[in-house]
Ligand binder design. Structure first.
Ligand SMILES: Nc1ncnc2c1ncn2[C@@H]1O[C@H](COP(=O)(O)OP(=O)(O)OP(=O)(O)O)[C@@H](O)[C@H]1O
Ligand SMILES: [Mg+2]
Length: 406
């Protein structure tokens, strides 16, 4: 069957699905600490508890690879293969999940597969058993958002992390954003290579700059749209978390406030043309939305997130993720994301923890969470499952629901 035929058939099924997606089964093969792992759960809130190094984050990472990009650790794909690998195996692995929605099921899978020769391993992406071109197809079926301990420093570190966070938020409402970002980066890499080698003819460079301008303005427009939707959601949602004020610091995004998209494209294409010598010297493009930054402020305090306490920063991140999770209710095409919350409870007091679980449940989202200690999940009640993780092994601890009702 061709990729197109299947995509259409599955696309029709997706359109029929009401939006309350849940992953009901996750299978790992040769992934990090797991030779083989099979988890089934129909629950909305799923918590993994276990000691440091047990393999909790590895499970969340596996799920995060059912999305464009390199997952929540940003790891090289070969790194994810279980060690020690046989010299010829080059860390091949597979992750597969069944996504259920209103009685319908779709199998999503990805992994690293052998190529024609060693060193040519490649990422495989399959939807219902049919191979598709890239992981950029995943958001048509599944949206994923994550918060990890490494993101505790998101507001104080370099803009790259904030930009990636922003673009992942955009994917909640606009699945084509992944392909748009890839196309922009491809054109940018090619332009940088030509400039570096000093062998690009003018027409070729101009073509690449035009592509960068078109995709770049589309990227900026999607980000501006998302930030406006988030602002609206923040203003109207009832939540125990602080209100965040988001804005984008970026030339292209700023141009879109004063110019039409076509005009903004011309401005960006010209900036790239004028910047050729400068960019050749720098070895990278110094204009474009890949330079933009996400500014976040605690609205009530009027203070930049970077100057808030660690706990306050975490609360702001959670507020943004919850607001983004609520967006699909306000629009067509949005899809409730699956939330991957790694050690989310660590910075939250008991009241905030309980509020977080309640809000996730009220949003109808599924959350996969980790923690070192069961007491962090005491406030979980209905529709929740607890798993105990020990190196290479995962066991269900019993239904929290029945325990709390007993
Ligand atoms: N490719 C790999 N093959 C085998 N083991 C790996 C691989 N990559 C990482 N590990 C091991 O996985 C373990 C880490 O797993 P993980 O990060 O999921 O732990 P965790 O339960 O989240 O721990 P913590 O509570 O400290 O966050 C480490 O012991 C690490 O050495
Ligand atoms: Mg961990």
């Amino acid at each position: 069957m061709s990729v197109e035929t299947t995509a259409l058939a599955v696309g029709e099924r997706v359109a029929r699905m009401r939006d309350r997606a849940r992953i009901v089964r996750l299978s790992l093969s040769e992934f990090r600490t797991y030779k083989a792992l099979d988890i089934t759960s129909n629950d909305g809130l799923i918590a993994f508890i276990g000691p440091n190094g047990a393999g909790k984050t590895n499970i969340l990472e596996a799920l995060s690879l059912l999305a464009p990009g390199r997952g929540l650790r940003g790891a090289e794909l070969a790194e994810c293969g279980r060690l020690p690998v046989h010299a010829t195996e080059a860390g091949l692995w597979a992750v597969s999940a069944i996504l259920a929605n209103d009685g319908d099921e779709i199998r999503l899978a990805t992994g690293l597969a052998a190529g024609d020769e060693p060193g040519r391993e490649r990422r495989i992406v399959r939807i219902d058993g049919t191979t598709v071109k890239s992981a950029n197809t995943f958001p048509d079926y599944l949206r994923v958002l994550w918060l990890t301990p490494a993101m505790d420093r998101l507001f104080v570190e370099a803009p790259g992390g904030r930009r990636r966070f922003l673009d992942r938020l955009v994917l909640i409402v606009d699945p084509s954003h992944a392909a748009r970002c890839s196309a922009y980066e491809r054109a940018m890499r090619e332009r940088t290579r030509l400039l570096r080698d000093g062998r690009g003819d003018g027409a070729w460079l101009s073509g690449l700059e035009r592509q960068m301008a078109e995709h770049g303005v589309a990227i900026a427009a999607a980000r501006v749209d998302l930030v406006a939707r988030l602002a609206q959601a923040m203003a109207t949602r009832k939540t125990a978390f602080p209100q965040a004020r988001l804005s984008i610091a970026g030339e292209t995004e700023r141009h879109l406030q004063q110019l039409s998209a076509i005009e903004a494209e011309d401005v960006l294409a010209k900036a790239l043309y004028d910047g050729r010598a400068r960019d050749a010297e720098a070895g990278r493009a110094l204009s474009g939305p890949h330079r933009s930054d996400l500014d976040v402020e605690d609205r009530a305090k009027g203070r930049p997130a970077s100057q808030c306490s660690t706990g306050e920063q975490k609360a702001l991140l959670i507020a943004i993720v919850l607001a983004a999770t609520s967006l699909q209710e306000r629009m067509d095409g949005g899809r409730t994301p699956i939330l991957l919350l790694d050690e989310i409870a660590a910075h939250l007091d008991a009241g905030r923890r309980a509020a977080l679980f309640q809000e996730i449940e009220a949003l109808g989202a599924q959350a996969w969470m980790t923690g070192t200690d069961a007491h962090l999940f005491e406030a979980l009640a209905r529709d929740a499952a607890l798993f105990r993780v020990d190196p290479g092994r995962v066991e269900r601890c019993g239904e929290l629901a029945s325990r709390s009702r007993a």
